[in-house]
Structure formats: structure tokens, C-alpha cells
Design a protein around this ligand. Structure first.
Ligand code: CDP
Ligand code: MG
Length: 405
């Protein structure tokens, strides 16, 4: 076993060095990563050393088991430098590859400084303005890489804010953050921790309005306590807070905040990956709210091929766009939403009308105010998936908010 590991390590080191020498000679930037792909045919995890060339968004893959070049340098449409960071999943020729490690020190240094993570939380007083907050987040070039609407229990809130225990504002703070759902997010960008604190502004929203009127707390907060959003104050805090809301191992722990899904009188929609990549998530959420619907649960998912096939099963062989729909759904993060409204049992029909016809070109003609008319491009990139029949809604909500939890 030990000698096998040693051989693998040697092969990796040698391959990395050879690739480095070659690329340096070419005078071109390239990053090197360890990636894993689950091969459903052999039911094994295959490991690749992957080179990424930002000049033309090309990749080259080296199979570590067979010790062979697996994919010769190839430009991949839709791939971008910003997709390359630890833990992310990229799609190369329909294969979902998880980036598990930086394979050389240069890649580690450059990428980790470019792509810092921080934790953000939209607090109960600002959740009804989530769309606008996300618009600010996206306009400042933060990428939302995880997101979940949850209801904190008092014990969870106390643990999250334990550094403030004993302070006079501690108990009122717990009342406030448990007074309704919050939306937890992992944000990624250059120097994310500091930049998100700057985007938030001072703790006291009134002070923020006087001294930093362009900040989130100035725009959406009320006072010293109800200040719309949270941001980690250090790298260490960010790691702890992200783990608190998005634990890396799926343990059932009462201290892990849970979804707000109601599973009643609801329907389901998904903001598709292309709409998120185009920066339309905030506008879509705002439009849904302005139309009088309520987002009663929401979570970001990165669906793999097996999950997407399972989810889209009813369309297979029925809809000609099925392969494209499948491809679109696994091409990046999507956001699943439970929709409820005052229309109760009528919600699925009313919401479907608001989403509009499947083809955005038809939608633009017939229902110019519908979401697909406003945010869609074609039948595959039509901004949202929406439950077809009223009976499907609750099942789809259960799929995301029970089965995939
Ligand atoms: O959130 P931030 O890091 O800016 O401030 P903090 O000092 O860590 O306090 C945490 C939260 O407690 C604040 O965001 C406020 O919601 C609340 N707080 C309060 O209610 N009264 C204070 N005097 C200070 C903070
Ligand atoms: Mg703080």
C-alpha cells in the first residue's frame, strides 16, 4: 500500500514538473489541479491531473491510474478562470469533475488569493428584499457559491453568536435573528472577507446612512440591531460560519440550521444555471415577490447527471429538448425555490402563468410580462423550470427540500 502511494506521489510530482517545464517554455499561464470524476459505468472514482490554460479556456487531462494523457489540450466552451477553485465542480465534455486539490504551489498561491470565501447572511428584516440584496452582491462581483434559506432555533443562534454571550444586546439579538427565516450564503471573490464587510457598511444602520450611504446596511437596515445582513470579520470566522450553515459532512445534528420548506399549497421552480451565470438571480427573485408570490424556501444546488436525470425523468422521450434541458441543469449551480401565495390551492396554476410559455420567443409575443419573456433566451435557456401539473409541485419540493437534504 505504502509503496503504491509512493509511486502515485512520484508520478504526480513528475507529471507536474514536466508539465510546468513545458508550459514555462511556452511562456503561458496555466494552473494545475487534482480532480475527480465519478464514472457511473465502472462505479469508481477516477482521478485526473488537470491543467487549465486561461488564455483560451483550454484544459488538458492526465489519467493518474493509467498514467496516460486522457484529454489533449482542448478549449472548452463555457469554462472560465473563475470556475477554478477548491471544492468547485466543473463540466468537461459532459463529465462533472470535482476540484479536490491544487497540484502545485503556484496554482495554490494565485488561485487562493484570487478566490477567497466569506460568509454572508441576510437577516430576517431584509429577507423580503432578498432580490435587491443579491443584485448588490452580483453587481460587486461576488459569486454566490452556496445559499440556503433556514430558520434558526434559539440554540443555533446562541451558538452562532457565542462571542457576544453576556453582552447586553445578546438576548435581543437572539430574538431578532430567530424572528423569521434568514438566508445564509457563501460568497467568493478576491479578498472576499474585507470586501463584503465594506459592502455591508457599519454595524449601526443609522450611522451607515450618514457615513456610508451606498452600503447594504444603509439601504436595507433600520438601526443598531436590525441591520439587514451579516458578514464574517475574518478568514477564520468565515470558515467556521460557512461550516456552521453548510457542514461538509452530512451529519444529522440538531445544531445544523434546517430548511424553511412548508410542503403545503406550494409549487416548485428552479432558477436555471444560465440565468444565475448571467446575473439575473436577484431580478428574478424581485419579480417573483413583486407579483405577490412568496419564496417560502430556497436553496442552491449543483445537480449531478444522475440527479438531473431523475428529476427530469418525465420529460425523457416526450420533449425533444430533453438532452439540452439535462445539459443545462448540470452546467452549474441552480436555485430551487418553494413558492407559496395567498392563492393557496391555486398557487401552481397562477405561478405557471407568471413563468410563461416554455419558449421565450412565444412568451415575448403572448405574455411579455412573464419571467421567461423577460429572462429567457430559448427553450433550453428559458430562465426557469416550473412544475407542470399542480400535483408535481409538492413532489418536486420534496425532492429538493427532503430527499436532497
Ligand atoms: O455584525 P457586526 O459584525 O457588524 O457587529 P457585531 O458587533 O459582531 O454584532 C453582531 C450583531 O449584534 C450586529 O450585527 C447587530 O445585529 C447586533 N448588535 C446589537 O444589537 N447592538 C449592538 N450594540 C451591537 C450589535
Ligand atoms: Mg461580528
Amino acid at each position: 500500500m505504502a509503496s503504491k502511494l509512493f509511486t502515485i506521489a512520484l508520478v504526480v510530482a513528475l507529471a507536474a514538473t514536466l508539465i510546468n517545464i513545458y508550459v514555462k517554455r511556452q511562456g503561458e499561464t496555466r494552473y494545475l489541479f487534482h480532480t475527480e470524476w465519478y464514472d457511473p459505468v465502472s462505479a469508481t472514482v477516477r482521478k485526473f491531473l488537470l491543467s487549465f490554460f486561461p488564455r483560451d479556456n483550454a484544459v488538458e487531462m492526465y489519467d493518474l491510474r493509467s498514467q496516460r494523457l486522457f484529454l489533449k489540450r482542448l478549449a472548452i466552451e463555457g469554462l472560465d478562470e473563475k470556475d477554478f477553485y477548491l471544492g468547485n465542480t466543473i463540466v468537461v465534455l459532459s463529465r462533472q469533475l470535482k476540484i479536490t486539490e491544487y497540484a502545485d504551489s503556484t496554482t495554490r498561491e494565485i488561485i487562493s488569493s484570487k478566490r477567497q470565501r466569506t460568509f454572508a447572511m441576510v437577516k430576517p428584516d431584509a429577507v423580503h428584499r432578498l432580490g435587491e440584496v443579491i443584485d448588490v452582491i452580483q453587481s460587486r462581483n461576488f459569486e454566490v457559491s452556496q445559499m440556503k434559506m433556514v430558520q434558526l432555533t434559539r440554540a443555533q443562534a446562541g451558538l452562532f453568536y457565542r462571542e457576544h454571550e453576556g453582552r447586553p444586546f445578546f438576548e435581543p439579538l437572539l430574538d431578532y435573528v430567530t424572528s423569521g427565516p434568514v438566508v445564509a450564503m457563501e460568497l467568493i471573490t478576491t479578498n472576499a472577507v474585507q470586501r463584503w464587510r465594506e459592502t455591508l457598511g457599519p454595524t449601526d444602520a443609522e450611522l451607515a446612512r450618514r457615513e456610508a450611504p451606498d452600503t447594504i446596511r444603509a439601504k436595507f437596515g433600520k438601526d443598531k440591531q436590525s441591520n439587514a445582513a451579516h458578514g464574517s470579520d475574518s478568514d477564520v470566522a468565515a470558515t467556521r460560519e460557512i461550516e456552521f450553515f453548510f457542514p461538509s459532512s452530512k451529519v444529522h445534528d440538531i445544531m445544523v440550521p434546517q430548511t424553511t420548506a412548508r410542503f403545503l399549497n406550494n409549487t416548485c421552480c428552479i432558477i436555471k444555471p444560465h440565468a444565475i451565470a448571467e446575473g439575473n438571480m436577484g431580478s428574478i427573485l424581485k419579480a417573483i415577490k413583486d407579483e405577490g408570490f412568496e419564496v417560502s424556501a430556497l436553496q442552491m444546488f449543483r445537480m449531478d447527471k444522475i440527479q438531473a436525470e431523475e428529476f427530469l425523468e418525465v420529460y425523457k422521450g416526450v420533449v425533444s429538448e430533453y438532452p439540452g434541458m439535462l445539459q443545462q441543469l448540470i452546467s452549474g449551480p441552480s436555485v430551487a425555490i418553494e413558492i407559496t401565495s395567498i392563492h393557496a390551492g391555486q398557487t401552481p396554476v397562477k405561478f405557471r402563468e407568471f413563468v410563461g410559455p416554455a419558449d421565450p420567443i412565444v412568451a415575448k409575443e403572448l405574455r411579455p410580462n412573464s419571467l421567461r419573456a423577460r429572462f429567457g433566451e430559448n427553450t433550453v435557456k428559458n430562465a426557469l423550470h416550473c412544475s407542470d401539473l399542480p400535483d408535481d409541485g409538492p413532489l418536486e419540493v420534496e425532492y429538493f427540500f427532503k430527499i436532497l437534504q
